[in-house]
Design a binder for this molecule. Structure first.
Ligand code: DAH
Length: 357
């Protein structure tokens, strides 16, 4: 190889070795192989050489071009690899370090209760269903066997919204029960759902808020019985309150959408407020076998399918479980209250032993 080619090779190798980042590398590439690069210039000069010279020098130049191209590409690859190593080193996270709570957000007790309900009922095969806060009169009342002049409509302090002309006014749902109607109208039985969410009644004092939360439950299958309902709710209550021997009592009652209907009580001590076998009973939720009229209203054949349903107040069970005495602070966003009753978001909702087994 003639001297000028040898020195171009040496010069390029040295420059490549010294190039520590992509911009320097690219300047070398352009300076050698580019339109005005050194090798390109040598190739252009070939035209002025004699035929023998051209053959020999042309072959040498082609080899040099191949070698330089390879050397340049190789340097690029090693620069890329070094850049990746540097990035990986810079972005390294030690996942074995303990998490550091930032002192920021906590889970609100209402959300926490909903998460625990989802976990406990989820282990029993219930899916989460949803419905809107603004509900039609039909879904909130009529589909659930609460006709227009039914007394239970007057007992509820319903928030009515402006009606479209000629239509009955929509309402802020007074319970989560319309979600069971929605589920029957849209799902193929058998299914099991729970529907936690906001509900509204025009009522405000120490134990009532115009907005509060309920969870509705519905299981629909062939040959479902009161026994299934009792087993399901007893298991839930014992798991939720973490008391495997919590006394649970089913007491005959009335709801328009269930027949028979039952209210469910748990054992407690009225004097101390402690839950368990204290000799007193505390009403905690409503339940029953879905009324055949409700099934039929929602397009389900009552001769082929049975359902059990239940509904309970989320604030109420949360207050009982955590010993929270007053309802109002739930909605006041007082940081001192939230710091006291909130839950660390880094800790999973604890399930009590035996759940899901
Ligand atoms: N919707 C009732 C309420 O707001 C609660 C309820 C009772 C729901 C019995 C049900 C049920 O599904 O079967 O107070």
């Amino acid at each position: 190889m003639s001297d000028d080619l040898t020195s171009l090779r040496r010069e390029t190798d040295a420059a490549l070795a010294a190039a520590s980042e992509l911009r320097a590398w690219d300047a070398i590439r352009v300076g050698v192989l580019g339109k005005n690069g050194k090798l390109t210039a040598l190739l252009k000069q070939l035209g002025t050489a004699s035929p023998e010279e051209r053959r020999e020098r042309g072959a040498a130049l082609n080899r040099l071009r191949d070698d330089l191209t390879a050397a340049i590409e190789q340097r690029r690859a090693s620069l890329d690899a070094a850049a990746m190593d540097a990035r990986l080193a810079a972005e390294r996270i030690d996942v074995t370090l303990p998490p550091r709570p930032s002192g920021g957000g906590l889970i609100h007790p209402i959300s926490r209760t909903m998460d625990e309900m989802a976990a406990i009922f989820g282990a029993m095969g219930f899916e989460i269903a949803e419905g809107p806060d603004i509900e039609s009169d039909w879904l909130n009342f009529s589909a659930l066997n609460i006709p227009a002049h039914h007394p239970s409509r007057q007992e509820l302090d319903t928030f009515y919204l402006p009606a479209a002309s000629g239509a009955s006014p929509p309402v802020l749902r007074t319970h989560t029960s319309p979600v069971q109607a929605r589920a029957m109208l849209t799902r193929e039985p058998p299914f099991r759902i729970i529907a936690p969410g906001r509900t509204y009644r025009s009522d405000h004092d120490a134990t009532h808020s115009p907005m509060f939360h309920q969870v509705e439950g519905l299981a629909l299958a062939r040959n479902l019985t009161l026994g299934h309902l009792k087993g399901c709710l007893s298991d839930f209550l014992r798991a939720f309150f973490g008391l495997p021997s919590l006394p649970v009592r089913f007491r005959s009652s009335y709801f328009p959408f269930t027949e028979p209907s039952m209210e469910v009580d748990i054992g407690w001590n009225r004097r101390t407020g402690e839950l368990g076998g204290g000799g007193d009973w505390l009403e905690i939720l409503g339940s029953g076998m879905v009324h055949p009229k409700v099934l039929a209203n929602c397009g389900i054949d009552p001769r082929a399918w049975q359902g059990f349903a239940f509904g309970m107040g989320i604030e109420r069970v949360t207050m009982l479980k955590l010993g929270i005495p007053d309802l109002r602070p739930f909605y006041e966003s007082d940081l001192r209250w939230l710091r006291h009753y909130g839950f660390n978001p880094l800790l999973p909702a604890m399930l009590h032993e035996g759940v899901g087994a």
